[in-house]
Design a protein. Sequence first.
Length: 388
Amino acid sequence: MELVAASGLGLKIGDRLEVAIVDRSGQVLLQKGKVIGTEAVLDRLNERGFFQRQTAEEEELSDLDRLEEQLHRESSTEGRLALLVEQIEKLLRSLVRPPSGTTWADLESVVRWLDELFIRDQDQFIGVQQLLAHSHTLSERALHAAAVAKLLAVAEGLPREAQTSLVAAALTVDVAVVEDHDDLALHPGDLLDHHKQMVADHPVRAVELLEHIGVHDPVWMQAVEMHHERLDGSGYPRGLAGAQIPVGPRIVALADAFTAMMRPRADRPAYLAKDALRELFVGGAAKFDPRLVQLLVKQLGVYPPGTVVKLANGEVGVCVRRTNDARKPVLRAVIDPSGQLYATPKRRDVDETASKIVEVIPADRHRNIRSLIVQLWKKDLELTESGG
């Protein structure tokens, strides 16, 4: 595709981008759908930005065909997740507008690709999202919640068909919020008081929107409608309690709550994974299924993949894989004691005194770690690394 200067688009502050703007190397400067908020951003886009003009042949491709092509070309899990987030954003928006003929097919495609990434490497799939969990856009959190729902559904031993239904439910539980705000960067917990009624009604409205595009899967719809019900009867919209709430909605409710806690809100910073799990286990004991919370703790471990930690020797590391011991993850050092990023991750043994984990730290404190994501989860790293 041809790169065309963004200055030719006649952009102004307040405009919502109809295309993604990239620099000359293809690095995204501002995603499609984002609003230009300041003069500085506008100047940068006009000076450095380009967009890709499609050929007539490419324009004939559906979004689904284009996504399939991109996913096949992209080899890294990080890259594929980014593409899926973009597609989920389109889907959430399309669900609250007159649906196109491809909406249902696109949704099925996203669920299938998500499932394949999970099967390909669970630790990597969970870890990449954990490492990037500071973002709180609905589309990114929806993907994270779907991954956690999949993890729980598999661990619970649910049939493959039910797993798929709960993944789809986790992706679409907040679709009604988009309709009211037309802004995927908002989370229900951050809405102003005059939107509280909309929040209370959004599970029912989400079901209506899904029915409109032809969703009739009872497991999926039940999970969407009941994902804010709580075991003690304090939830909504129907105030169900105990055995009135099936296991599917319980799984989606827990995945939704956990991934929401992992992201910042107006009234609090993001939880660390260990603190979110503790809060769900202790503070949420009456609201969430304690057996499922224990199952989530067991599946993720004390240091879930993607957790950033400080070591006794002053290094910063990333927990990349779970082991049979919840307190002993596979660990890679990424930043040296002086604060410099290593060119490649270094293998570390948590049993060694110098490499003991002394603190869990927020991932967004060291955003430069993202440049090592592809290397962190190379399956052959333990075999090819000579030490150091």
